[in-house]
Design a protein. Structure first.
Lengths: 238, 297
């Protein structure tokens, strides 16, 4: 479904994403992990069209979308849940959802409220007045309203209370179970590995580890995460 | 009773100022652009209406031609000038629209000369209703006020209910995120510019019906519109009506005190509101009134 080829992205002079190649198959859930500043958010934003790629190609269903603006990529089926939720604060929950509504797919207000029951009583509340967990649920629900085929989620649990994380992930599992292809950036390794079928770990803009979630050990991910390598059975700094 | 009459006249006059300020408020609300050519765009619409009327079209027919033409001009303005200016930062559109205003004034002067004109609407311009022995309301001011209220109500409804209206509000709050949920921000800006310039043209039409005009009346209209927008709160549509009414009432009450005070009173009220806002802002920045006075440690 998604194929990223030799992708480069910069933030000014900072080379944030370096020669990244990646494939995501239909129905797969890929967890993208890595330390702060590893380039995960930039990679996701570049795939979604919120950040310009300096080099490389992004193919979606074989079509090169690298030069398309973000709203055209959304129409093709690529939607990002941005880091920090980025709701429209002066609009109600329902208005936030309706802005994204495309009206020609299986995700509509009814289904979204069924998947995120906590949002139903909040639908007339302004987004600015919501708690972190409610905002995150609204952000994911808003992205679903675009009827995405590929959902990119940036830091679903960042800054949330544990109970809120539980509720967001319960809903997220329902989304993943429904067959939506997901790329998930997550700091919480345990959660990332639990919901994903595949894992990719980024370090300093590069993918340094990639494989099936069931086959990769937590230790391997941690080593890749911190840029360690094994010497005589012990992990040491590279 | 004479004061009541002045307040009533001021409220009705406020309708015209609100109408004039609507486009300015919308463009600022959605795109964060202060369009210094707004008054002159109103005058361009007015000259177009006057010319069409002069060619034999009735005023409603001329309006029906002028308004879409102005909406189209708004789209062109956005595509050719504002879109490019916005890419270079917030100050560039100020300079661009300032330059555009001067160009439009001089083109109008070149084409129509220095003659003072007005749009002939017959007795509708001065007929009115008698409310009491001392209070009369003119047909034209009442219609202007009603058009302003209906336009603002329709725009408010459009922004809250119509999908493109919601997209406009979303884009106004966060254009990058709006794009990421499928909103074509560029198209939204085009629609906003079309509506803003068409409403400027509509306000221009009422200006030509209520008073005389020439090629250089735009900047004065811009000042009134700007004052109404600032008093009502930047980007707030109903606030714009309130701001227009405040300016209108200040002018008519000022005129009752002394005819020369009319315009001055409007400007003084604007300065007072602006001053109050600045003081309030400064107090809030220092942690509240008590803290600003040093009463809290």
């Amino acid at each position: 479904m998604l194929r990223v080829e030799q992708l480069d992205a910069h933030h000014g002079l900072l080379h944030a994403v370096r020669r990244v190649s990646l494939e995501v198959a239909d129905g797969e859930t890929l967890a993208l992990v890595g330390a702060n500043g590893a380039g995960k958010t930039t990679l996701l934003r570049t795939i979604a069209g919120g950040h310009r790629a300096s080099q490389g190609r992004i193919l979606f269903d074989g079509v090169d979308v690298s030069s398309l603006p973000a709203h055209r990529r959304v129409r093709l089926g690529i939607t990002l849940v941005p880091e920090g939720r980025r709701l429209f604060p002066e609009m109600t929950v329902e208005e936030n959802l309706l802005v994204a509504g495309r009206g020609n797919g299986e995700w509509n207000l009814g289904r979204v409220y069924d998947t995120f029951p906590m949002l139903r009583p909040l639908r007339k509340k302004r987004a600015a007045t919501l708690s972190g967990g409610e905002q995150q649920a609204t952000a994911i629900a808003r992205a679903l309203m675009t009827n995405p085929r590929l959902l990119l989620i940036d830091e679903a649990s960042l800054g949330l209370a544990p109970i809120a994380v539980e509720r967001v992930y319960e809903s997220l599992e329902a989304v993943v179970g429904g067959g939506t292809t997901v790329v998930l950036v997550e700091q919480d390794l345990g959660r990332a590995l639990a919901v994903s079928s595949r894992v990719a770990c980024m370090l300093e803009g590069r993918i340094v580890l990639e494989g099936a979630a069931a086959e990769i050990t937590r230790e391997q991910v941690v080593e890749a995460y911190f840029g360690l390598k094994r010497r005589n059975g012990k992990a040491v700094q590279q | 009773m004479i004061w009541v009459n002045q307040v009533v006249q001021g409220i009705l006059l406020g309708g015209y100022y609100a109408l004039l300020a609507t486009g300015l408020s919308l463009l600022f609300g959605v795109m964060r652009i202060i369009n210094l050519a707004h008054g002159d765009l109103a005058v361009v619409g007015l000259f177009l209406l006057w010319w069409l009327h002069d060619q034999g079209l009735s005023v409603p027919a001329a309006l029906a031609v002028m308004l879409p033409a102005m909406a189209l001009a708004g789209i062109l303005l956005q595509r050719v000038l504002l879109e490019r200016s916005l890419r270079s930062g917030v100050l560039v559109p100020l300079l661009t629209t300032f330059g555009l205003a001067i160009v439009m004034q001089n083109l109008l002067f070149e084409k129509f000369g220095a003659d003072i004109r007005s749009v002939d609407i017959g007795t509708f311009a001065y007929n009115g209703w008698k409310i009491t022995d001392e209070i009369y309301v003119g047909h034209l001011p009442v219609v202007t006020f009603c058009v302003a209220v209906v336009l603002l109500g329709a725009l408010q409804l459009f922004l809250s209910r119509a999908p493109i209206g919601r997209s406009m509000r979303a884009t106004a709050q966060d254009p990058d995120t709006a794009e990421l949920v499928g909103v074509n921000a560029r198209a939204v800006y085009l629609v906003a510019a079309a509506i803003a310039v068409a409403t400027a043209g509509l306000a221009g039409a009422f200006l030509g019906m209520r008073t005389t005009f020439d090629a250089y009346v735009g900047p004065t209209q811009l000042i009134y519109a700007f004052e109404a927008v600032v008093i009502g709160g930047l980007g707030s549509l109903w606030g714009t009506l309130f701001g227009g009414i405040v300016i209108g009432v200040a002018q008519t009450v000022g005129a009752q005190i002394k005819p020369q005070y009319s315009i001055l009173a409007g400007h003084l009220v604007f300065l007072a509101v602006l001053g109050w806002r600045l003081v309030n802002g400064a107090i809030a920045a220092r942690g509240g009134f008590r803290a600003a006075l040093g009463l809290e440690t």
